[in-house]
Design a protein around this ligand. Structure first.
Ligand SMILES: Cc1ncc(COP(=O)(O)O)c(C=O)c1O
Length: 619
């Protein structure tokens, strides 16, 4: 399979190209990774990636007049940068594709053929022609002269007496994979030459008509002849060009990060190294959202749980009641602190701790119940609160998987004496790693805050009043979390759409999902599907099968009491006692829930699963 290296990953054209040219073998590089002005940087990237094809998009384009004002930058990026790329491609015998412009033609007669005379219309076009000149010296290359425009049209005015045959950016991008095999020069434009005003009106109805006489140096007719392109493209199909099969890996989880978070993090990095402004801002807003009095951010949710146990003075031989089915991080802090986890079975319906088995397990050593809001579901909180109150023990709520879950108007993260959330890279909002503890108890909050930062004295921060570790988050982490949290509503609606798509696509199968009804709004961090037992599905084989289709899914949690780390806290009877914990995972799959999932991806996933299921079912 051929490898392609592409420069200018943040350019607008790259955004279009990414929709049609992507996969394991396609490498987009930004100017930070590959600086075309520095030939060593070009060389390093080529050595690392070893591409067969180099698509050179990077350069200086808009605003056009920058090429008049700063000719140095124009020369560096568009001429010298391209020369560097040509030299490295030549040295390593790599096919080069260079993106140029129709503005290298004189812009008077229009319908320009590839071998017509050139006379650039402005400095931008001269700089592109400068680049073209070096590419021309290298025969294993293709120059694409694009008559390309944005959709919708970007300007408020358009010329009635100038024309071209612009093709929209996304449509140009679609053609590129079909042209990878060709050398020489090819014009790219649309079939129709028309006035720029008529063209603009189609996507911007209120664009104002103006005369080209208003401006200097604008081409009256910059249309290009596309006979060559039409002959080439019509002969070939998109997919069989050059063995480049776009492969999209469908990952099980991953974030959505926008310019908003980047700008907030950038501002933090510019101005806020001497404070914890973002930690404080985030804590305040996160507490308010949960109707909590206090919030403390930590480097991870695991550390928030551990810090809480320290704060509550949980000691060796204390016992904490936990569900048998959860992520190890709910329970590992209990073991780390020296206490003993007592594993209770889960409910078949909501996959959370069963309340009817708890009472028998409470004794003098019991200090808390740690309930887990697994996959956005909630246990019977009313009953748990009652048990805790009666026995004067703490209710701890691990809501790491339930951001955005709301039950009768109360948010997950509000139910425990102390509750926890996670901002791990796979979670609903992320700061890479990160977590919080939430509480309404001032004493717990103040002690946890003190212990979070080395137990230092409030009066003199260079004096330690208590021995403690450090559980402080960084301002950088908090800035990212703060930006993500601003988008929570949008992010939750993406997660809900993913669930809705799965549910609709699986409507012919006998399956169940996370809890969601009129009183109970699930945050849908991850959509989980429970297959009816009649399918006798073999989950490990299903996961392997999906992997062959580049779909990465996950097993449901296996009981902790069955895992080497926790066996010493149980006995062989547990399998019989915790029946649901030991059987449920065999019929459950955690579906991919990456933010970049498109409806088509979900269709592919559900089609593949249905195929696997029904094939096995018939046997
Ligand atoms: C239920 C549960 N608890 C705790 C954690 C730990 O979170 P973190 O990775 O932020 O420490 C996770 C994260 O995956 C989780 O799912």
């Amino acid at each position: 399979m051929k490898k392609i290296l592409i420069t200018g990953s943040s350019s607008r054209f790259a955004q279009s190209l990414k929709k049609v040219l992507y996969g394991e073998n396609i490498f987009y590089t930004s100017s930070e990774e590959l600086d075309i002005v520095n030939i060593d940087s070009v060389e390093e990237n080529v050595k690392k990636i070893k591409p067969n094809i180099f698509i050179h998009l990077a350069g200086l384009s808009r605003p056009m007049d920058i090429h008049e004002k700063s000719i140095e930058e124009s020369i560096d990026k568009n001429i010298i940068g391209t020369c560097n790329v040509v030299k490295v491609c030549k040295k390593h015998d790599i096919k080069l594709i260079y993106i140029s412009t129709n503005y290298v033609y004189p812009g008077k007669a229009g319908n320009y053929k590839e071998d017509d005379g050139l006379k650039p219309i402005n400095n931008y076009a001269w700089s592109k022609l400068g680049g073209e000149s070096s590419v021309m010296l290298y025969r294993k290359s293709l120059i694409l002269r694009l008559a390309m425009s944005e959709k919708p049209f970007v300007h408020n005015e358009a010329f009635t007496d100038a024309k071209s045959n612009f093709l929209y950016r996304d449509d140009v991008a679609k053609i590129i994979p079909r042209l990878l095999d060709y050398n020489g020069v090819i014009n790219v434009g649309s079939k129709k030459t028309e006035s720029i005003y008529n063209f603009a009106k189609k996507t911007k109805p209120n664009v104002r008509p103006v005369s080209v006489e208003k401006v200097k140096n604008f081409p009256i007719d910059s249309s290009v002849n596309i006979e060559k392109l039409e002959n080439l493209v019509s002969k070939k199909k998109l997919d069989n060009s050059n063995n480049i099969k776009p492969i999209k890996k469908i990952y099980s989880a991953g974030p959505s990060v926008t310019q908003l978070e980047r700008e907030i993090v950038d501002n933090m990095m510019k101005y806020d190294w001497d404070n914890y402004k973002y930690v404080e801002k985030f804590e305040k807003e996160f507490a308010d959202y949960h109707n909590r009095k206090y919030c403390l951010m930590t480097p991870s949710c695991t550390m928030a749980i551990y810090l809480c146990l320290k704060t509550l003075d949980i000691k060796k031989n204390d016992e904490i009641i936990v569900p048998d089915v959860t992520w190890t991080a709910s329970v590992s802090p209990i073991v780390e602190i020296g206490a003993k986890p007592i594993f209770i079975d889960i409910n078949e319906e909501n996959w959370c701790i069963k309340t009817d088995q708890i009472k028998k397990k409470i004794n003098k050593r019991t200090k808390a119940i740690l309930a887990v809001d697994l996959f956005g579901n909630l246990p019977n909180m009313k009953e748990l609160k009652k048990i805790c109150k009666k026995n004067k023990i703490f209710l701890l709520e691990d809501s790491a998987e339930a951001l955005g879950t709301v039950y009768n108007g109360v948010k997950a993260g509000k139910f425990g004496d102390v509750s926890f959330h996670s901002f791990h890279r796979t979670k609903t909002i992320t700061s890479g790693e990160g977590g919080v503890l939430l509480t309404d108890n001032k004493k717990i909050f103040l002690k946890a805050k003190h212990l979070r930062d080395l137990g230092r004295s409030e009066k003199n921060s260079y004096i330690a009043d208590n021995v403690s570790l450090k559980y402080m988050p960084s301002n950088l982490q908090a800035a990212m979390a703060y930006g993500q949290f601003k988008r929570l509503k949008e992010l939750l609606s993406i997660k809900r759409n993913i669930y809705n798509q799965y549910r609709n696509n699986f409507s012919d199968l006998k399956v169940n999902f996370n809890i969601d009804n009129s009183n109970f709004k699930n945050g849908f961090w991850a959509t989980v599907v429970v297959f009816d037992k009649k399918y006798k599905v073999n989950i490990p084989n299903l996961i392997k099968f999906l992997k062959t289709k580049n779909i990465y899914s996950r097993e449901f949690f296996r009981p902790l009491s069955s895992q080497p780390a926790y066996r010493k806290f149980t006995n062989s009877n547990i399998k019989k006692k915790n029946k649901i914990s030991y059987s449920l995972y065999k019929n459950v799959l955690v579906l991919p829930c990456h933010y970049n999932l498109q409806n088509d991806d979900i269709r592919k996933i559900t089609k593949s699963i249905t195929k696997f299921l029904l094939k096995d079912f018939k046997k």
